[in-house]
Design a binder for this molecule. Structure first.
Ligand SMILES: O=P(O)(O)OC[C@H]1O[C@H](O[C@H]2O[C@H](CO)[C@@H](O)[C@H](O)[C@H]2O)[C@H](O)[C@@H](O)[C@@H]1O
Length: 276
């Protein structure tokens, strides 16, 4: 499997650094839209064929592999079969939760989450939210999905102002995503999560792959880490739904299928470079 070349100097430098010193590399991945194709019902998400095997192979060849997701960490592990990846770290809820070796560690959710849980159904009724609007209660956050409505973008436009006002009263943060608006605790994002992981394990190279707006803080963290001497490669798992992530990435691959190919290309190249 051939390995695509990043379109930026910084990305090419980081890819070369990863291949030259794989034991000093961290590769971190978003879940939905990156490792798992987007589906209408989030409860049925599953990794793209070959992804789990690709992550497991990579985990045996480089310093560390992580998933950083907006999902609860345990949900991502269950849906993604991530416990099949030796040594993987899974950071859930944008870094508020950490799954490692079967245990989830997290601080308690702020009280605003309970307020949103109580008020959200009535708020959606009052707005005549279109049929197909669905509340995903993730425990420490709630997400309002519109993908299954007749007009997902129109539904988001209708609902977002009132959801933002509810988030403000609950002292929560609004997280927009692919046909979804999430109300979640403040003070965490994927950038801070990735930065903390790097501080902990001290890699000399970081690869981060994502597809949605919530991944942009992680891309920004990769850029900041470069200034501190850590080589960084950002990868976009592209879609027709989000343009900003491809614009910010060093390398763009066509969705989870492209990410599966990239994983195979990376493992082949690492093995080739080290003669394994
Ligand atoms: O950080 P991620 O791992 O990318 O999680 C972000 C959100 O992903 C899920 O929603 C998205 O995927 C669904 C399943 O494919 C899709 O139906 C939905 O339209 C997408 O927005 C998940 O349900 C959310 O809780 C995550 O925050």
């Amino acid at each position: 499997m051939s390995l695509p070349r990043p379109g930026t100097d910084a990305g090419r430098t980081a890819l070369d650094a990863l291949l030259n010193a794989p034991a000093s590399a961290l590769a971190a991945f978003d879940f939905d839209g990156t490792l798992a194709p987007i589906v209408d019902d989030p409860r049925t998400s599953a990794p793209y064929p070959g992804i789990v095997e690709g992550l497991a192979d990579l985990a045996g060849l480089i310093g560390s592999v992580a998933v950083v997701t907006g999902r609860p960490a345990g949900t991502a592990v269950r849906l993604g079969e991530l416990d099949r990846v030796p040594g993987i770290t899974v950071l859930g809820h944008y870094g508020a939760e950490r799954w490692v070796g079967g245990r989830v560690v997290a601080a308690p959710a702020p009280p605003g989450v309970e307020l949103v849980r109580e008020e959200l159904p009535g708020l959606l009724d009052g707005l005549n939210a279109p049929e197909g609007t669905w509340i995903e209660d993730k425990g420490r956050s709630l997400a309002v999905h519109t993908r299954r409505t007749a007009d997902p973008d129109g539904a988001l436009t209708l609902l977002t102002p009132a959801l933002s006002e509810l988030a403000r009263r609950a002292e929560l943060q609004v997280e927009p995503g692919r046909m979804v608006v999430e109300l979640r605790p403040q003070g965490v994002d994927k950038g801070a999560a990735l930065t903390a992981l790097v501080a902990e394990s001290g890699p000399r190279t970081v690869l981060y792959a994502g597809d949605d707006l919530g991944d942009l803080p992680a891309f920004a963290a990769v850029a900041a880490l470069r200034d501190q001497g850590v080589a960084g490669l950002t990868v976009c798992s592209s879609s027709d739904e989000v343009a900003a992530v491809a614009e910010a990435a060093d390398l763009v691959v066509p969705g989870p299928a492209g990410l599966a190919d990239l994983l195979r290309g990376l493992t082949d190249a690492v093995r080739g470079a080290s003669g394994v």
